[in-house]
Design a protein around this ligand. Structure first.
Ligand SMILES: [Zn+2]
Length: 220
């Protein structure tokens, strides 16, 4: 028991209060909600905050004491997020033990080659809500092509780490980037391969040949 806090590094980049409140209220779109749920798998502090928002929202909506609303309300929200749309399921990732619980229940395509050192798989989210979700595995020493956004981009690191102009991000760290920001996440050799989940709205604006190669696959 006492060793847990020393063995598991805690995330240092978290969703802001607005994102957590919208997640807890169930009003966050499918893509970013999956990113927040993934972060929560890593982050006891934000889980606690989300439960507080959940309890508060339930109490406000129904006039019930928070203690009655809290216990399964978050699970219910997570179940809703995990519920897949009606599309066929080409692949379920439950055999991939490295994935956090929020991702294990999502339907995904198989891993696809995107570019040397970069593989990706699409994670199914409700397309009606405007986001696409992608799992990237980037080899140590590689970068995701410099790109900007026409809409927000949400990322959660699952394994390894990357750095960009905004900082260094390790397991569980969550990043929300607004449109208009250009960045090029780099995976250093010391950090090993990086596995990260990304949700984007709108088309990515890719600036490199590598990016144009990646674009047909991700369907953005
Ligand atoms: Zn957190």
């Amino acid at each position: 028991m006492t060793s847990e806090m020393h063995q598991i590094p805690r995330p240092t980049h978290h969703p802001d209060a607005d994102l957590l409140a919208r997640f807890a209220a169930g009003t966050l779109e499918d893509g970013p909600a999956l990113i927040v749920a993934t972060h929560l798998d890593f982050c006891p502090a934000c889980r606690g905050q989300a439960r507080k928002w959940e309890a508060l929202g339930g109490a406000l909506l129904d006039g019930l004491p928070p203690a009655i609303m809290a216990p399964d309300a978050l699970d219910h929200a997570l179940d809703l997020i995990g519920a897949a749309p009606e599309e066929r399921s080409p692949h379920r990732a439950s055999d991939d033990l490295a994935l956090p619980p929020a991702l294990r229940r999502q339907r995904m395509t198989s891993w696809r080659f995107i570019a040397p050192g970069i593989r990706g798989r699409a994670v199914q989210v409700d397309p009606a809500q405007g986001y696409k979700a992608l799992l990237f595995r980037v080899q140590a020493g590689m970068s995701i092509p410099m790109h900007g956004h026409r809409g927000p981009e949400f990322t959660c690191v699952i394994d390894g780490a990357f750095s960009d102009s905004l900082g260094r991000f390790g397991p569980g760290d969550m990043i929300a980037v607004d449109d208009g920001v250009d960045h090029e996440p780099m995976v250093s050799r010391q950090d090993g391969d990086c596995l990260c989940l990304i949700a984007v709205r709108g088309r990515l604006r890719l600036h490199s040949l590598l990016g144009r190669l990646a674009q047909p696959f991700v369907g953005l």
